[in-house]
Write a protein that binds this ligand. Structure first.
Ligand code: ADP
Length: 742
C-alpha cells in the first residue's frame, strides 16, 4: 500500500472509531436513562401496590374486628393482629419508597397517626365488648368510620399523586424511548453511510490496485513479448549485489544454451574478444563511474561455433548519490552483418578510389601523350603564324585552320583535365592580387574580335570597376569569363553580346557581379539545371549546329563555387540569355605583384637576349623530337646556345661536364625521369658545394600532385605542356635576371 492509501486508511479508521464511539456512548447513555426511568416507574408502581394493599388491609382489620365482636371467635383476633402487623410493614416500606417526596411523607405521617388511632379504637372496642351500650357502639362505629375514611382519603391522595407521577413517568419513558430510538437510528444511519463510504473507498483502492496490477502484468507481458520477439540480448547487472541476469537471447546470440543460473559478470567478460576487452571494459567502467553521458559501444564476442559476433552494446545505468552506478541494463544487438557490410563498403570504396586514381593517372598519362605532340604542333603553328608572309594565300589559310584546330584541341584537353581535377578534388586555386582592368582588357581583346567576325555587337562595360583590384585566381576567373562570353557569341547570330561588371552588396558582403547577356537562341527554363551538368547540352540539335562538349558551364560553375561564388542563369528561348557570375570580394593582399606583364613577345626576346651573355647556355632535357625541334627553333631565333639531352641520365652527365644557366627538364623520359635527374643534380650540388642551377620542369601531367612532385624533387618552377612560348621565355628570363643581379 502506498503512502496516500495508508493515510486515507488511517483517516477512515479514525472516523469510523469516533462515530462508533459516539454511537455506543449515546446508546449506553440512552440505555441508562431509560433504565433509570424504568426504575422510577417500577418504584411508583410499588407505591401504588403498597397503597392499594393498605386500603385493603384497613378494611380487613375492620372486618376481623367486627367478626370477633359478633362471634367472639379468637381467630378473628389473630387475623386482626396479622393485618395490623402487615399495615405497619406496608407503611414502613412506603416511607422508604417515598422518602424523597416530602409532601407524600407528610401524608404518610398523617396516615400513620390516623392508623395508630384507628387501631387503638378498634382494640378498645374489643376490650369493652360486653358492657357496651348500642349508642356507644354506634358512636364508635361512627368515629371508626371517620378514622378509616381519613386513612382512605390520605391513602387515596397518595395514590392519586402516585398515579399522576406514574403517568408522568410513563410519558417520560415514552419520550426517552423515542429519543433513544432517534439517536439510535441516526447513529446507525451515519455509521452505515460511513461504512458504505469506507467500503466504496476500499473497493476503489482495490479496483485501482487491480488496474495497476493488470497494467503491470500487461506491461510485463509486452516487455517479455518484445524481448522474446526481438533478437536483442539483455543483461541486467545489479552492481551493488554483483548479480547479473542474462536473457535467453543473450545466450542465443553467442550460440550458448540458456542457463538462468549464470549470474556473474565474468561470463560476459570471458566472451569478449581479447583485442577488444581492455577498451570495452574501460569504457563501461568510465560510464559506471559517471564519466560518460551515455553508454554505447561495439565489440566482438565469441560464438560457441568459434566465430566472432560483432555486438553493439547500449545501456542505461541507475546512479546513486555518489554518482556511481548501482545497476545497469544493457541491450546487445548483433551487428555482424552491418559491420561486414561496412567492411565490404570500405573495401569497395577503396577499390573505387583506386579505380578513380587509376582513371586520374590514365588521364594524366593521356594528357601527357596528347599534350607532348600538341606542344610541338602548337609551337610549329606559332612559328608558321609569325612567318606566314613567306607562304602563299592557300598555305596561309591552311595555317589558319591548323591554328584554330590546334587551339580547339588544346581547349578540349584542358576542359577534360580541369574536369578530372575538379572531380578528384585536386583542383587548387592559385590566388593572388590582380587588377580587374587588366583581366577585362585581356578578355575584351580576345572576344571582341570573335564577335566582330560574327557580325554581332560586343559591349563590355566595367566603368564601375575602373582601377579596382581583386584577390583571386586570375587564370580561373579569366577562364570562366572566356567560357561565358564564348557561349554568348557562339549562340548569338543577331544582335550582340553585352557584359557589365559591378560590385554588389549581398547581405552585407561585397560581391563582384559580371552579367554576360546575349540576344541569342536562349534556353528553355526547363533546361536551366541541365546546362550546368557535365556533357549535357540544352538541345541535341544545338550540339550538331554549334558543336561543343557540354563541359564549359559545369567547369565554370564548379570553379565559381570553389571561389565561394556562383553562376546564375536567366533566359527566354528565342530572346536571349544572361549568365551572372558572382564572386565574393576577398581582402586585397597583393602588393606590387600586379606589375604589368609584358605581353609583347618581342620585348621578352630582347630582354632575354640582353640578359643572356654570349657564354650562357641552356640545357634542354626532352625525349620527344617534336618538342626538341620547337625549342631549338625558339633558341635559334634568340641566338641562345643550348644543348639537348634525350634522357635524365644524359642530362646529369652533361650538366656535370658543362655549365648551364637554366635547365629545362621534361618529366617522363626513358632511362631516368626528370624527378630523379633533378635529385641527382641537387645532391651533387650539395655534396660539392656548387652554385645551384635553376631547373624548370616541363610536364604534361597537369594534376596538382605533379606540381608538388616537381618542387619536392628540387626543381625551381614548373610549366605545363603544351608550352606557351611567352610563358617559357618569361620563366627563363626570371632566372637569368636573378643570376645576373646576384
Ligand atoms: P558547350 O558550349 O561546349 O556545349 P557548355 O557547358 O558551355 O558546353 O554549354 C552547355 C549548353 O548550354 C550548350 O550546349 C547550350 O545548349 C547551352 N548554352 C550555354 N550558353 C548558352 C547561351 N549563351 N545561349 C544559349 N544556350 C547556351
Amino acid at each position: 500500500m502506498d503512502n496516500t492509501a495508508k493515510r486515507n486508511f488511517i483517516l477512515f479508521t479514525l472516523l469510523l472509531v469516533s462515530c462508533s464511539s459516539v454511537l455506543i456512548f449515546s446508546v449506553v447513555k440512552g440505555d441508562k436513562s431509560l433504565a433509570k426511568t424504568d426504575d422510577l416507574v417500577i418504584e411508583t408502581q410499588e407505591v401504588i401496590t403498597q397503597s392499594e394493599r393498605l386500603s385493603f388491609l384497613i378494611e380487613g382489620m375492620l372486618s376481623a374486628q367486627r367478626g370477633y365482636l359478633i362471634t367472639g371467635n379468637e381467630e378473628f383476633v389473630e387475623e386482626y393482629e396479622n393485618k395490623k402487623a402487615e399495615v405497619s410493614e406496608r407503611i414502613a416500606s412506603l416511607s422508604e419508597l417515598i422518602a424523597e417526596n416530602p409532601s407524600q411523607m407528610s401524608r404518610l405521617a398523617e396516615l400513620r397517626d390516623y392508623f395508630t388511632e384507628f387501631s387503638k379504637k378498634l382494640e378498645e372496642r374489643a376490650n369493652v365488648f360486653e358492657p357496651v351500650i348500642e349508642k356507644e357502639i354506634l358512636f364508635d362505629v361512627q368515629s371508626l368510620d371517620n378514622l378509616k375514611n381519613n386513612i382512605m382519603r390520605i391513602n387515596n391522595m397518595m395514590l392519586k399523586e402516585t398515579y399522576e407521577k406514574l403517568h408522568g413517568r410513563f410519558k417520560l419513558l415514552g419520550e426517552r424511548k423515542k429519543q433513544y430510538l432517534k439517536t439510535l437510528l441516526f447513529s446507525v444511519g451515519i455509521g452505515t453511510i460511513l461504512l458504505l463510504i469506507f467500503n466504496g473507498y476500499l473497493l476503489l483502492v482495490q479496483r485501482s490496485k487491480g488496474h495497476i496490477a493488470a497494467s503491470l502484468k500487461e506491461a510485463e507481458e509486452r516487455l517479455s513479448i518484445a524481448i522474446d520477439g526481438s533478437d536483442d540480448g539483455i543483461f541486467d547487472w545489479d552492481i551493488k549485489n554483483n548479480v547479473v541476469f542474462f536473457s535467453r537471447q543473450f545466450f542465443d546470440m553467442i550460440g550458448e544454451k540458456f542457463d538462468p543460473a549464470v549470474s556473474s559478470i565474468n561470463y560476459l567478460k570471458q566472451r569478449i574478444h581479447e583485442d577488444d576487452l581492455e577498451k570495452a571494459w574501460s569504457y563501461i567502467e568510465q560510464y559506471l563511474d559517471g564519466g560518460l553521458s551515455e553508454y554505447r559501444q561495439s565489440f566482438r564476442m565469441k560464438h560457441e561455433s568459434g566465430r566472432w559476433v560483432w555486438v553493439q552494446s547500449r545501456g542505461k545505468a541507475l546512479f546513486g548519490a555518489d554518482n556511481k552506478a548501482t545497476r545497469i541494463v544493457c541491450i546487445h544487438t548483433d551487428i555482424t552483418h552491418t559491420v561486414k557490410a561496412q567492411e565490404r563498403l570500405k573495401a569497395e570504396k577503396m577499390e573505387a578510389e583506386d579505380a578513380n586514381r587509376a582513371k586520374s593517372e590514365f588521364l594524366a598519362h593521356m594528357s601527357h601523350e596528347i599534350r607532348t605532340p600538341l606542344t610541338a604542333i602548337n609551337g610549329i603553328v606559332e612559328i608558321f603564324e609569325r612567318t606566314k608572309d613567306s607562304f602563299n594565300e592557300k598555305q596561309q589559310s591552311l595555317i589558319g585552320t591548323l591554328k584554330s584546330s590546334t587551339s580547339s584541341l588544346i581547349d578540349l584537353i584542358n576542359d577534360i583535365l580541369d574536369f578530372s581535377k575538379i572531380e578528384s578534388g585536386e583542383l587548387e586555386l592559385d590566388e593572388h592580387g590582380f587588377s580587374l582592368d587588366e583581366v577585362f582588357e585581356n578578355v575584351i581583346s580576345m572576344m571582341a574580335l570573335k564577335a566582330s567576325e560574327k557580325g554581332i555587337s560586343f559591349v563590355f562595360d566595367y566603368s564601375a570597376l575602373k582601377g579596382q583590384d581583386f584577390y583571386g585566381d586570375v587564370k580561373r576567373i579569366r577562364q570562366i569569363l572566356v567560357n561565358l562570353i564564348n557561349n554568348a557569341i557562339k549562340f548569338t547570330d543577331d544582335g550582340g553580346v553585352k557584359i557589365n561588371a559591378e560590385l554588389e552588396d549581398r547581405e552585407g558582403n561585397p560581391f563582384l557581379r559580371i552579367n554576360v547577356s546575349d540576344t541569342g537562341i536562349g534556353i528553355d527554363p526547363e533546361d536551366f539545371d541541365l546546362v550546368f551538368q557535365r556533357f549535357k547540352q540544352a538541345d541535341s540539335s544545338v550540339s550538331r549546329k554549334y558543336g561543343g562538349t557540354g563541359l564549359g558551364l559545369p567547369i565554370s560553375k564548379n570553379l565559381a563555387n570553389l571561389m565561394g561564388g556562383d553562376i546564375f542563369l536567366s533566359s527566354q528561348p528565342g530572346k536571349g540569355s544572361t549568365f551572372s557570375l558572382l564572386l565574393p570580394v576577398k581582402i586585397e593582399v597583393h602588393s606590387a605583384s600586379t606589375e604589368k606583364q609584358d605581353k609583347s613577345a618581342l620585348k621578352i626576346n630582347d630582354k632575354i637576349r640582353s640578359a643572356l651573355s654570349n657564354d650562357n647556355k641552356i640545357l634542354v632535357v626532352e625525349d620527344y623530337e617534336g618538342n626538341v625541334v620547337l625549342l631549338s627553333y625558339m633558341f635559334d631565333e634568340l641566338d641562345v646556345v643550348y644543348d639537348v639531352a634525350r634522357n635524365g641520365a644524359d642530362a646529369v652527365d652533361m650538366w656535370k661536364k658543362n655549365h648551364y644557366d637554366v635547365v629545362l627538364m621534361d618529366i617522363q623520359m626513358p632511362v631516368m625521369d626528370g624527378f630523379s635527374a633533378t635529385k641527382h643534380i641537387r645532391d651533387f650540388e650539395a655534396a660539392n658545394n656548387i652554385e645551384r642551377t635553376p631547373i624548370i620542369g616541363m610536364t604534361a601531367h597537369a594534376l596538382v600532385g605533379d606540381k608538388d612532385k616537381c618542387i619536392e624533387s628540387g626543381m625551381d618552377s614548373y610549366l605545363p605542356k603544351p608550352l606557351v612560348e611567352a610563358d617559357l621565355k618569361r620563366e627563363i628570363l626570371k632566372y637569368v635576371k636573378a643570376k645576373k643581379a646576384a
